[in-house]
Design a protein around this ligand. Structure first.
Ligand SMILES: Nc1ncnc2c1ncn2[C@@H]1O[C@H](COP(=O)(O)OP(=O)(O)OP(=O)(O)O)[C@@H](O)[C@H]1O
Ligand SMILES: [Mg+2]
Length: 404
């Protein structure tokens, strides 16, 4: 305490106000991060999606590698690129083309699994007010997994920290301008814009993004004023209204929420058809989640009385950064399963250096090739991610009334 006070006096003494120091540090960091991105994704400093080996492509489509080779020999579907070693590589566009070719001749099985008439757009909110519980990692991998399966996906960044946006190759303060986030689509004044004008295509075919940046915080300031005025659409319905206006273009939407139960998060809770509550299985995290559940139920009760929609197809707790060899964590997962039963996802997201290392270069593990890691490390992590996301995909299909 004393140290903090003396530091402040020193700062004032040198006539450099703390706000100035913070602003300078922020600007320096921002410029440095910009330069790092240029170096990371040359030559245009933009991200692109890699191509997939024939083994990976066959697995994504759900057919044997030999059958995929046969299709290529028979000239059916797109021509893969050949590596100097003669290996076949497909882009995601080509994989989706192959899915369409297969669907033309398939009897029942859907290779391109997009929703049909009568199946409603699934909106997944990834929530918990515990910071670092794995919301963004879960949201990004789920959104990309679904796009890789051939679904039409909209990923929405509702967090002013904008980590989901950063993972998709944007530097929030450089690349996302004023009135270009979800705030623009939910704001109360005459500057409100249709969400269709804000949505950006990402470098992943089938995955669009509503980016975020600090401007999202404005909604938390505006809403109390709007509540007093009482003539606007209530705050809890505005995210749903914005998303609803483009729902016919997507199969799945994934909302990455900030680590707080603010007005935007409440809007996301009212817009969603499925809730994914991420939790790291440690005592303090679980205790924090308990506070989140109690607070959320209190507030949502009031929202529901005022006409908010809280009708979910499913609610699931997603165990994140799990270390099965850690006794206390395993006990904590057991404790949660005994309490919440089937609401805890059967598969957990394992803690893996592959996932955190991919994050360091602003990528998900789906974007980085296996050759960049120890094979065992990569396989273990990707298996865990696929298992979690596959389980969520099954829940989505169930909500659509499909058997598998
Ligand atoms: N399965 C995992 N294995 C290893 N590291 C992980 C894993 N999941 C998340 N992490 C790391 O943990 C950190 C926090 O994760 P993440 O950003 O997803 O949490 P969050 O809940 O979105 O945080 P915030 O509340 O700040 O938005 C990140 O550095 C991420 O790389
Ligand atoms: Mg986050």
């Amino acid at each position: 305490m004393e140290k903090a006070v003396s530091q402040r006096i020193e700062t004032f003494g040198s006539k450099r106000p703390m706000t100035d120091v913070i602003a300078t540090d922020g600007a320096a960091l921002s410029a440095e991060l910009h330069a790092m991105r240029e170096a990371l994704f040359p030559p245009v400093s933009q991200k692109t999606l890699r191509s997939f080996s024939s083994v990976e492509s066959a697995k994504l489509i759900g057919i044997a590698d030999a059958y995929l080779r046969q299709l290529s020999i028979n000239g059916k579907g797109p021509r893969p690129t050949l590596s100097p070693g003669g290996r076949r590589y497909y882009t995601l566009e080509q994989i989706n083309e192959l899915r369409e070719v297969l669907d033309e001749n398939s009897k029942g099985k859907m290779y391109l699994p997009r929703r049909k008439e009568g199946e409603h757009c699934q909106v997944m909110a990834v929530v918990n007010f515990k910071g670092g519980s794995g919301k963004t990692t879960t949201a990004a991998h789920l959104a990309q997994y679904m796009a890789l399966q051939g679904y039409r996906v909209l990923a929405v960044d509702l967090d002013p920290q904008a980590s989901l946006t950063a993972l998709h190759g944007y530097q929030p303060e450089y690349d996302v301008g004023a009135n270009e986030t979800m705030y623009a689509a939910v704001r109360y004044d005459e500057h409100r814009r249709p969400i269709s004008e804000i949505i950006q295509h990402s470098y992943i075919p089938g995955l669009d993004l509503v980016p975020g940046n600090l401007e999202l915080m404005e909604y938390e300031h505006d809403t109390p004023r709007a509540l007093a005025e009482k003539n606007a659409e209530p705050f809890f319905g505005r995210v749903a209204t914005a998303l609803g206006s483009v729902a016919d273009q997507y199969d799945v939407m994934v909302l990455d929420c900030p680590p707080q139960l603010g007005f935007l998060t409440l809007g996301a809770l009212c817009a969603s058809t499925g809730l994914l509550i991420t939790v790291h299985p440690q005592m303090l995290d679980v205790m924090s989640m308990c506070q989140f559940l109690l607070m959320a139920s209190d507030i949502l009760g009031v929202v529901q009385e005022s006409g908010g929609n809280l009708d979910y197809d499913f609610i699931r707790y997603v165990v994140t950064r799990y270390e099965p060899s850690d006794g206390p964590q395993t006990q904590m997962v057991g404790f949660m399963r005994s309490l919440f039963r089937e609401r805890v996802l059967t598969n957990a997201m394992l803690k893996s250096t592959a996932i955190s290392d991919a994050g360091l270069s602003k990528q998900t593990l789906y974007e980085v090739g296996r050759e960049n890691f120890l094979k065992q490390t990569y396989d273990r992590a990707i298996e865990s991610l696929d298992a979690v996301n596959g389980e969520i995909e099954s829940l989505i299909k169930q909500a659509w009334g499909r058997s598998s």
